[in-house]
Design a binder for this molecule. Structure first.
Ligand code: SF4
Ligand code: FES
Length: 248
């Protein structure tokens, strides 16, 4: 496959940035999108040019590090996959592919295609955990019966990998899908009830402080989410938030 890549280059957070054009040849349809970028980077290094900075770690859809806006879609044209799981056979020979970083005020660009997503870490630190008694007298979690439907719902929410595609695809750069998944994974379980009110209040407050926008109900986040987290998570979080406010 012969392709033309239009890639966002930005030397650092304060650089204005620009789109640069790179022709690339001999791309196999079975290559992953990141392998294609690896090949481009090898060519750039051989030429003495600065390779393109992009984020990646597991390369199997688990870590959420790979975060590229490809042809105007978070994680590219395929559904329910991350950029690292995207194959080049989804593109046609001769195609021009536009590759950009996530665009959101709360995710500033560090370099080229790498953005700073530490805002998500701060939201998790504000409440995305269950405090555990480590005295040695803790009841085994498996000893608490949980209805299958609740366990399944909690598991579905817990599949969120914190990639940020929901933010990048939202017209308001809202983080509601991410935060709602992280709230819901505990809200469905008895272990999550003790700190439920503080958790939802603190996480939503931190989300606002970090500069994410409000949910506009367009549903773009749900479409682009590689883990198929649904808008019902947001409804669940809103109910949890209302309960916390009313009982204050
Ligand atoms: S909700 Fe989906 S799109 Fe948003 S961070 Fe989690 S996995 Fe990524
Ligand atoms: S590199 Fe880990 S999800 Fe893509």
């Amino acid at each position: 496959m012969k392709l033309t890549l239009k890639i966002w280059r930005q030397k650092g957070p304060n650089d204005k940035g620009h789109m640069a054009t790179y022709p690339i040849d001999n791309i196999d349809g079975d290559m992953s999108f990141l392998e294609m970028l690896d090949i481009l980077n090898e060519e750039l290094i051989v030429k003495g040019d600065d390779p393109i900075a992009f984020d990646h770690d597991c390369r199997e859809g688990i870590c959420g590090a790979c975060s590229l806006y490809i042809n105007g879609e978070a994680h590219g044209p395929d559904r329910a996959v991350t950029t690292c799981q995207l194959h080049m056979r989804k593109f046609s020979d001769g195609e021009t592919i536009y590759i950009e970083p996530w665009r959101a005020k709360a995710f500033p660009v560090i370099k080229d295609l790498v953005v700073d997503r530490s805002a998500f870490d701060r939201i998790i630190a504000a409440g995305g955990f269950v405090s555990v008694n480590t005295s040695g007298n803790t009841v085994d979690a498996n000893a608490i019966p949980i209805p299958k439907a609740d366990a399944d719902a909690a598991f579905e929410a817990a599949t969120c990998i914190g990639c940020g595609a929901c933010v990048a695809s939202c017209v308001n750069s809202s983080a509601m899908l991410f935060v709602s998944a992280k709230v819901s994974q505990f809200a469905f379980l008895p272990q999550g009830q003790v700190e439920a009110k503080e958790r939802v209040m603190n996480m939503v407050n931190m989300m606002d402080e970090e500069g994410f926008g409000n949910c506009s109900n367009t549903g773009a986040c749900e479409v682009e989410c590689p883990k198929e987290i649904t808008l019902s998570s947001i409804a669940k979080m809103n109910r949890e938030y209302l309960k916390a406010v009313v009982s204050k």
